[in-house]
Design a protein around this ligand. Structure first.
Ligand SMILES: C[S@@+](CC[C@H](N)C(=O)[O-])C[C@H]1O[C@@H](n2cnc3c(N)ncnc32)[C@H](O)[C@@H]1O
Length: 248
């Protein structure tokens, strides 16, 4: 599975894709408390580890797993900066195996990167195999009722960010496959400073879901749905996501 998009944008990911980390972690904590789970958590598809760090600061024992080495590199640097001990593992959601089963697995933003239906089933089954008996799996996916329907095959969108002396220009167009509910971002990332200029092509496809569709998939892999709701409750500006809490 090649995810060159993350490989390219890893050092700028947190800047380009900002999220309400504290708010989302408040919601995760509330869910974990609701189901009386221990403070052990696997951050599945942890990326730059921004959520792993926040949860570790709150006293959670966090393991982060991701397939993209470049994202993990940033995650390790971020943990080191704040002197927090987090175990980061390189692995694939579809095939990882933890040395010890865990009580809570959380996948924020990573399930939708698996665009093939059979692969998603494989991933869910594998997550189930890594959960302890009463363990819970929390994840979110992009909600198609709110997104695919509204997104048009846009003209180019340009976003400009600053990091120190560097200017990062993200220019992209969205391609929509309404039938399969796939959105592909195509474009380029330019990193400029007075001394240098780098330009990368990026392309990344994400799967959107209708609530019914995700429920059907979960039923196929025999996951019991404990809750499914729109967006993380405490997130300041709610993104159009479906959040599910499930159990084997
Ligand atoms: C949208 S990012 C979210 C990162 C992080 N959870 C966050 O919210 O900041 C998705 C992450 O999932 C990872 N990912 C995608 N598919 C994966 C797979 N099959 N196995 C492991 N990680 C995967 C990507 O490398 C990327 O870091």
């Amino acid at each position: 599975m090649k995810l060159s998009y993350y490989k390219t944008i890893a050092p700028y990911y947190d800047l380009i894709i900002p999220r309400d980390i504290k708010g989302i972690c408040d919601s995760i904590e509330a869910i974990i408390k609701r189901y009386r789970k221990k403070k052990n958590i696997l951050d599945l598809g942890c990326g730059t580890g921004r959520f792993s760090v926040e949860l570790a600061k709150r006293g959670y024992h966090v393991t982060g797993l991701d397939i993209t080495e470049e994202m993990l590199k940033v995650a390790r640097q971020n943990a080191k900066k704040v002197k927090i001990n987090i175990k980061y593992i390189k692995g694939d959601i579809r095939s990882f195996k933890l040395p010890k089963k865990t009580d809570v697995i959380w996948a924020r933003g990573s399930v939708g990167d698996i665009i093939n239906g059979d692969d998603v089933k494989r991933a869910f089954k594998n997550i189930g195999n890594n959960l302890s008996k009463e363990g819970i799996f929390i994840f979110d996916v992009r909600d198609d009722s709110d997104s695919v329907g509204k997104i048009r095959r846009s003209s180019f969108e340009t976003r400009i960010f600053k990091k120190g002396k560097k200017k990062i220009i993200f220019r992209f167009i969205r391609d929509i496959d309404k039938r399969q509910k796939l959105v592909t971002i195509k474009g380029e990332v330019v990193i400029k400073s007075t001394k240098y200029f780098e330009k990368y092509k990026v392309k990344h496809t994400m799967k959107y879901y209708a609530k019914k569709e995700i429920m059907k998939l979960l039923a196929k892999v025999k996951f019991k749905i404990l809750e499914i709701f729109p967006g993380y409750e405490s997130e300041k500006i709610k993104l159009p996501r479906l959040v599910a809490v499930v159990q084997k």
